[in-house]
Ligand binder design. Structure first.
Ligand code: ATP
Ligand code: MG
Length: 352
């Protein structure tokens, strides 16, 4: 069986890795124009990204009838369409509005409050394409945002969580437990799983993700980033793919999100995800590779083999442990080998 992947970054690479034991030939394809690919009629196609240029290469994949969720991926890549769908389904999000050609800042603050985040409708990631506005401060011109961005109320959330689930062609669904996420400057820095003290929110989160996956007849893994405000969950955004906050599943769960995605796309049996051990995932952002990370007990390094650039996601370390207390110790050991800005991970870590 061949599964083509539109995009050849780390997510495609990790899907290829997950396909090997199942003898699924996963073929990530970059978005550069290297010419049309020769796909077989029975091949399957998925994506590791939601934006791509139109060229002979991407078109040859996008034109294939077995491209899973193509319309959903393209629709939800536009934050206005995504938020409108969530509203239509009655799923709670941060209050928002679309910045139209005649929207002025007074109207934005009147509707959304004094702290507002502008987000480009398309193309943003890792906090790029975003701008905070505060009513009490000089407000920059909305030129360049009107017609192509949305504005969201700034949410004073208690913490960030995400839920990752999979649905197959028969409509069967399975979910990982909620995972806690720490972002710094709009970029995921660390995830922690499991989060037993949030278990009471699991049914609420599953219901929300189920409603969306069912509404679009989704086949594969989908991720819902959430803000927890007290006992309420608000959707931050949806990723129509495997997600950085699911990298802990490579070592901390009975099935990785990458294998689960392949199974759901390929029509293989799903399995109920179970957490095997307390796990922390630490993203390696703009740091040189350091093989000393491997000396930390229970550490698993995934290095993406990219050129080191400031802030760039270059890999991640999963730390797996038998107890949360031991996990705190090994996390502290790892962080000693990391730049100073990583110390926040230990403050954020929760002992259960
Ligand atoms: P990703 O890398 O996940 O694709 P992104 O660039 O698409 O990120 P968002 O997830 O929309 O951006 O925002 C990045 C981070 O910014 C969030 O994880 C959260 O920490 C913060 N943020 C986003 N929206 C809001 C909001 N409405 N209120 C408060 N904080 C927010
Ligand atoms: Mg996000």
């Amino acid at each position: 069986m061949k599964i083509w992947v539109l995009g050849n970054g780390q997510l495609g690479m990790l899907m290829r890795h997950a396909g090997m034991p199942l003898a699924i030939d996963v073929l990530p394809v970059g978005i550069e124009d290297i010419g049309a690919q020769q796909l077989g009629a029975d091949d399957l196609v998925t994506a590791e990204r939601e934006h791509w240029p139109s060229n002979a290469t991407t078109e040859s994949l996008a034109a294939h009838p077995n491209f899973a969720n193509l319309n959903t991926i393209q629709d939800l890549a536009d934050r206005k369409i995504q938020k409108s769908l969530l509203d239509k389904l009655g799923l709670a999000t941060a209050p928002w509005l679309a910045l139209e050609d005649d929207t002025d800042t007074d109207a934005v603050f009147a509707q959304l409050g004094e702290r507002v985040l502008l987000k480009q409708r398309r193309g943003g990631y890792d906090g790029k394409g975003q701008l905070w506005l505060k009513q009490s401060e000089a407000v920059p011109s909305l030129e360049g945002w009107r017609g192509q961005a949305i504005a969201e109320q700034g949410i004073g959330f208690s913490e960030e969580l995400s839920i990752i689930g999979a649905r197959n062609a028969q409509g069967e669904k399975v979910f990982y437990p909620l995972v806690r996420n720490l972002h710094q400057n709009g970029i995921l820095l660390a995830s922690q799983s499991p989060v037993p003290e949030r278990q009471h929110l699991q049914p609420q989160a599953e219901k929300m993700l189920s409603a969306l996956m069912d509404a679009v007849d989704y086949h594969g893994v989908m991720t819902m980033e959430l803000f927890r405000v007290g006992d309420d969950l608000l959707i931050n955004e949806i990723a129509t793919r495997v997600h950085n906050s699911g990298h802990w599943t490579m070592t901390g769960a009975n099935i990785s999100q990458f294998e689960l995605h392949l199974r759901a796309v390929a029509g293989l049996p799903l399995t109920r995800p179970v957490v095997l051990a307390p796990t922390v995932m630490v993203n390696l952002l703009g740091v040189e590779r350091n093989d000393q990370w491997l000396t930390v007990p229970g550490s698993h390094l995934t290095w993406y083999n990219k050129e080191v650039r400031p802030g760039r996601k270059l890999g991640h370390v999963n730390l797996v442990s038998d107890t949360p207390a031991h996990l705190r110790d090994t996390t502290a050991q790892l962080l000693k080998l990391m730049p100073d800005n990583y110390q926040v991970v230990l403050d954020w870590f929760v002992d259960h």
